[in-house]
Structures are given as C-alpha cells and as structure tokens.
Design a protein around this ligand. Structure first.
Ligand SMILES: C[S@@+](CC[C@H](N)C(=O)[O-])C[C@H]1O[C@@H](n2cnc3c(N)ncnc32)[C@H](O)[C@@H]1O
Length: 230
C-alpha cells in the first residue's frame, strides 16, 4: 500500500487497512519500512528510553549485574539499549523485521541481542528465562484472544525471583475505544498477576507523548527455594 499525505495519519491508514484484511500486526512492518524510506513517521518512536521505565529503575536503584532482561515489542531499541547500559544481558524482540534491522543499525556494536519474534508465539526457550521483562505498549495493540495470549506469554518469560514491568495506556472500565490502540483497564493490569506472578504495585502515571493516563505496574515471581533434606 502506498503511503501518502500527512505522516501520522499515514500510520493510522496502514493500521486500518491491515486490520480490515484480518492481519492485526502486518501494518507494523509496513510502517517501519515506510518510515525507513522517509514516507511516514513511527508515532511512538521517541528515540529515548521510556520515561516511566527510567523513573522506575532510578527509584528502585535497579542494576543489571549481568542478569537477563527481555524487552517485548522493542521497536527501535531505546529501552533495550538503556537496560544494557544498566548492566543487563538484554534480548529484545519485535514482530517487524525492519524495526529489528533499524534497532541493530542504530546501535552498531551493541551487546543487545535483537530478534524477530512474535509475542503470540515466542520461542519455548524463553519460558522462565528472564530476571527482568519490560513490556511497554505492545499488549494494547492486540484485542480479544490475542491479548490474553500475549499477556500469558509475557508472564511465562519471567524467571523465579524475576520482575515484570508493564507500561500501558489506561482506560476506565466503562470507557469504549473504537480504534487501535486499545488501552488497558485496571482489571487487565491485574490479569498479569497469574501463574505465580504477584502484583507488587500499580502507579497511574502521565506524560505528553501523547497526553494521557498510563499504568505502570510491577510484578514479582517469588523465588523458588529448593528444599534440601537433612
Ligand atoms: C506501540 S509500539 C511500542 C514500541 C516500544 N515498546 C515503545 O514503547 O516505544 C508496539 C510495538 O510492538 C510491536 N509488535 C506488535 N505486535 C507484536 C507481536 N505480536 N509480537 C512482537 N512485537 C509486536 C510493533 O512492531 C511495535 O514495534
């Protein structure tokens, strides 16, 4: 599909056309490719790490110390590179091959492992493998069964003793949203606390990119301590 005219509107048109043909994620690749040709902008690309992730990490005095981190729907890689600078061994993935290629070329020589993968069908080796998992604004592009599958698959990646941080646009239970993205209700934020994951805190945060309420939620998987018989 040719991308013409107003650039943010071009992204919305690509999304609508993709959803219309029953392909809810295909437009991401089209958008990153069009942006690479200078024909569109990626509306969420700020070229800095997520401010809510940075504030949380500063507040918690998070350091990686070689522990493993996974970034969901990493886009152009700013959050992944930030976590690598904190000392994590980072894997970052996106369903759009062009996003992954652009992330790699923006950070040549980076220690981050960038991978093309789908949160709806992640590699089995990722189960329980990550000490820190960061999800920002990817679940909200999925609806229905896909949304529940994405949440379950993200939860699955958190290691024993690990942490999941979720940042998402927020909506009230009775607030209807017609078009993508579909912000998360408080109940959907609580739904990540499943399969042994415990909700540690939820903050309602704001920023201007674009203006609006967000959830920033932190979950912990209690460490399994193996019992040694005397
Ligand atoms: C709204 S953007 C957010 C990007 C980045 N996390 C950020 O905060 O700027 C959603 C990202 O998720 C990716 N994505 C969408 N569906 C995905 C899926 N099923 N699996 C992996 N990545 C996906 C898109 O290509 C896009 O880069």
């Amino acid at each position: 599909m040719a991308v013409t005219g107003n650039r943010p509107a071009a992204a919305r048109r690509l999304a609508a056309a993709s959803l219309g043909r029953g392909d809810p994620v295909g437009w991401f690749e089209e958008l990153y490719a069009a942006a690479g040709r200078g024909e569109a902008v990626v509306p969420w690309a700020e070229y800095i790490p997520n401010v809510h992730l940075v504030a949380w990490a500063a507040d918690q005095e998070v350091t990686g110390s070689g522990r493993r981190a996974l970034v969901i729907g990493c886009g152009l890689g700013d959050d992944a590179e930030y976590l690598a600078r904190l000392g994590f061994a980072v894997t970052a993935f996106d369903v759009a091959p062009t996003a992954v290629a652009q992330a790699k070329s923006r950070s040549a020589g980076s220690p981050v492992e960038y991978v093309v993968a789908d949160v709806l069908n992640p590699p089995p080796a990722w189960r329980g493998a990550y000490d820190l998992v960061v999800e920002a604004y990817t679940v909200q592009v999925h609806q229905g069964d896909a949304r529940a599958t994405a949440i379950g698959n993200i939860v699955d990646t958190v290691a024993s003793g690990g942490t999941l941080l979720v940042v998402a646009h927020a909506r009230a239970d009775d607030e209807k949203r017609g078009s993508m993205p579909w912000p998360l209700t408080r109940g959907e934020i609580e739904a990540f606390a499943t399969d042994g994951l415990v909700l540690a805190r939820v903050d309602e945060v704001h920023d201007n990119m674009p203006p609006g309420r967000r959830w920033r939620a932190e979950y912990r998987r209690p460490e399994v301590v193996s019992q040694v018989r005397e």
